[in-house]
Design a protein around this ligand. Structure first.
Ligand SMILES: C[S@@+](CC[C@H](N)C(=O)[O-])C[C@H]1O[C@@H](n2cnc3c(N)ncnc32)[C@H](O)[C@@H]1O
Length: 326
C-alpha cells in the first residue's frame, strides 16, 4: 500500500470535491478491490471516488442526516448493488455491519463535522449567516436541539459546553447572558444567539465571526460528536481486515486529539506498566500509524473550507507478523 499513488485519480470531475480525496483514496488503496465503509456520506464525494477507483469495490455508506440519505438515491441508481446507504450514526457501526453480514472491511473513511449542505442550509441552524431555528442536529428526528439545550441547561452546564467544546474565552459571560435572556423569553433563533454573543464580544472585527466558537460548541454537544467518534473508531478497528486502513479527516483539535491518542494506543505492542518484566496485558490489537496529512496549498486555494483539515491513517497489522510503516 502506498500513500499518494495511482489509486487517487478519481477525485477530479465537476461539482463537489471532497476534502483530501486523493489522499484518502490512495492511502486506503481503493484501486484494489475491496469492501469500504464511508462513515459520513454527506454529499457522497468520498463514496463516489471509492466506487470509481475499482469497478468491483463495494461501499457501505452511513449518515445520520435524512437529506444526505435522500441525496444518496442518485448514487444508488448509478452503482446499484455495489453501494448501500444506511441512515445511522457511525457509533452504531457494529450493529449495521453485522446486520449486513459483513465481517471484514478493507477501509473506513470518517470525514468529520458538518457537510457543505448543512452549513449552507438556511433552516438547520448550523450557520450564523442565516436566521433560522436553533436546531443543529445532524439527525433531525431525535434528540435535543441547540435551543432545547440553551433554554434548559443551568449556568454550570452552559459554561462547561461553551468552554470545553468551543474553547470560548468569554464562556462564563455568555452563559450568564443566556440565563438572563431566557428569563424574558426563550432563545429561539440563530439571530437571537448571535445578537446575544455580539453584545458581549462586540461585532465582527476580523475574519472570525464572534459567534464561531459558541456555534461550534453547540453543534458538538447536540450531536455528541466526541463520544460518538471514540465509539465509532473502536468499532471500525474491530471490523478492519488485517492490512486494512482507517482514514479520519478532522477539522477540530479536540477531534484530532481523540484520533491521535487512539491510534497511538493501537500502535503500542504492550500496555503493561513501564518496568514490568513480563507482559501480562495480552493486548490483541496492533497497528501502524502514518504521518499526519494536511491539504496542499492548491486544495486550500480551491476549497478554503479544507484549510483546517487533518488526515490520520492507521493500518491494522497481524500481531505475529506485520509490515513496516511507509
Ligand atoms: C463533512 S460531511 C462529509 C462529506 C462527505 N465526505 C462528502 O464528500 O460529501 C460529514 C457528514 O457526516 C455526517 N455525520 C456526522 N456525524 C455522524 C455520525 N456520528 N454518524 C453518521 N454520520 C454523521 C453529517 O450529517 C454530514 O453529512
Amino acid at each position: 500500500m502506498t500513500i499518494y499513488g495511482e489509486d487517487a485519480n478519481f477525485c477530479g470531475g465537476s461539482g463537489h470535491i471532497p476534502v483530501l480525496c486523493r489522499e484518502v483514496i490512495s492511502s486506503l488503496s481503493c484501486g484494489q478491490k475491496g469492501v469500504f465503509v464511508d462513515c459520513t456520506f454527506g454529499s457522497g464525494g468520498h463514496s463516489k471516488a471509492i466506487l470509481e477507483s475499482n469497478r468491483e469495490n463495494r461501499v457501505i455508506a452511513l449518515d445520520k442526516d435524512t437529506d444526505a440519505v435522500e441525496s444518496a438515491k442518485a448514487v444508488k441508481n448509478a452503482y446499484r448493488e455495489r453501494f448501500s446507504i444506511v441512515k445511522a450514526g457511525f457509533e452504531t457501526l457494529g450493529d449495521i455491519l453485522s446486520s449486513l453480514k459483513i465481517s471484514r472491511v478493507n477501509g473506513f473513511v470518517f470525514d468529520l463535522g458538518m457537510s457543505s449542505l448543512q452549513l449552507d442550509s438556511t433552516s438547520r441552524g448550523f450557520s450564523f449567516r442565516f436566521d433560522s431555528e436553533l436546531d443543529m442536529r445532524f439527525d433531525k428526528s431525535r434528540g435535543e436541539t441547540a435551543a432545547d439545550f440553551l433554554n434548559g441547561a443551568d449556568e454550570k452546564e452552559l459554561l462547561r459546553v461553551f468552554s470545553s467544546y468551543g474553547e470560548e474565552p468569554r464562556s462564563l459571560a455568555i452563559a450568564r447572558a443566556v440565563i438572563t435572556y431566557r428569563k424574558k423569553s426563550p432563545l429561539k433563533t440563530t439571530k437571537d444567539l448571535v445578537l446575544l454573543i455580539e453584545r458581549i464580544k462586540g461585532p465582527k472585527r476580523n475574519k472570525i465571526h464572534p459567534a464561531t466558537k459558541i456555534f461550534q460548541a453547540l453543534r458538538m454537544y447536540v450531536n455528541n460528536e466526541l463520544e460518538n467518534l471514540k465509539t465509532g473508531l473502536k468499532q471500525a478497528f474491530h471490523y478492519l481486515e488485517t492490512e486494512g486502513r482507517i482514514a479520519v479527516i478532522s477539522f477540530h483539535s479536540l477531534e484530532d486529539r481523540i484520533v491521535k491518542q487512539y491510534f497511538a494506543y493501537l500502535s503500542k505492542k504492550c500496555i503493561c506498566p513501564p518496568g514490568q518484566p513480563i507482559c501480562t496485558c495480552n493486548k490483541e490489537e496492533e497497528a501502524l500509524t502514518f504521518k499526519l496529512i494536511k491539504p496542499a496549498e492548491e486544495e486550500i486555494k480551491n476549497n478554503p473550507r479544507s484549510r483546517s483539515a487533518k488526515l490520520r491513517i492507521v493500518e491494522k497489522i497481524n500481531k505475529t507478523g506485520g509490515k513496516n510503516a511507509a
